[in-house]
Ligand binder design. Structure first.
Ligand code: URA
Length: 233
């Protein structure tokens, strides 16, 4: 089959067909190029999405990965937490936020009685580790964001926490810096979203003094707890 015909066939798989008609055979053919769209409604469930992510070649990050890092936590949680991308430990274990940043994130959540197994679903903008933990490029983020949007649709969280600038820009397209907008509620597709500092930034800024990043995070996580309590009442 000529490459053009192959591409047309693949694009066609996403074109007019409703997701329900995708078969296991067709899922396997798809995520070979970022030019193949992944519209809302492509996946019936998170397992289908994971099958695609695990074979994904939509950007150059695929070539350096050990594991595709999709999520941890509860797929029915009311809170979704979005990070930037996997680091070394995440790549090795195939789970997001399991390194030092993740340990701090777990502690922050525990401080307001949220636990990572039950109360949150954690994922990233890009699902493969960028070399040397660099920030993902705009192209890499754009290739991966359709998966993230499908995760949001399928998990259907009430609250989304965007940790750091990459998550903020990746999902909301917001280009203002994180220090400007952290702690502010924003609405996106009917969901409450709050940009918060990335835990790695807090590790580099350990002071708990009033007005410093850790103190600000404490304010933010309390506001998030309050919003959760209000929205599940
Ligand atoms: N930092 C992130 O943004 N995500 C991870 O999964 C780990 C570290």
């Amino acid at each position: 089959m000529l490459l053009d015909d192959f591409m047309t066939e693949q694009i066609g798989l996403f074109g007019d067909q409703p997701a329900a008609t995708l078969t296991p055979e067709t899922w396997e053919q798809i995520p070979t190029s970022a030019s193949i769209p992944i519209p809302a409604g492509t996946y019936q469930d998170l397992d289908q999405l994971a099958q695609h992510c695990n074979q994904c070649q939509r950007c150059g990050l695929a070539s350096g990965r050990i594991n595709v890092v999709i999520s941890r936590g509860n797929p029915n949680a009311a809170i979704m937490i979005i990070g930037e991308g996997p680091g070394q430990q995440e790549d090795e274990q195939g789970l997001p936020f399991v390194g030092k940043s993740g340990q701090l994130l777990d502690k922050i959540l525990a401080s307001v009685r949220l636990d990572t197994k039950n109360d949150v679903y954690i994922c990233n903008v890009v699902k493969c580790r960028p070399p040397n933990n660099r920030t993902p490029t705009a192209k890499e983020a754009a290739a991966c964001v359709p998966y993230l949007k499908e995760q949001v649709r399928l998990v259907d969280p009430k609250i989304i926490l965007l940790t750091g600038g990459t998550a903020l820009k990746g999902l909301l397209g917001e280009t203002r810096g994180i220090t400007k907008v952290r702690g502010q509620w924003m609405e996106w597709e009917g969901r409450h979203c709050m940009p918060i500092f990335h835990p790695a930034y807090l590790l580099r800024n350990p002071s708990r003094e009033k007005g410093k990043p850790k103190w600000l995070m404490w304010q933010d996580i309390q506001a998030i707890r309050k919003k959760l309590d209000e929205s599940v009442e």
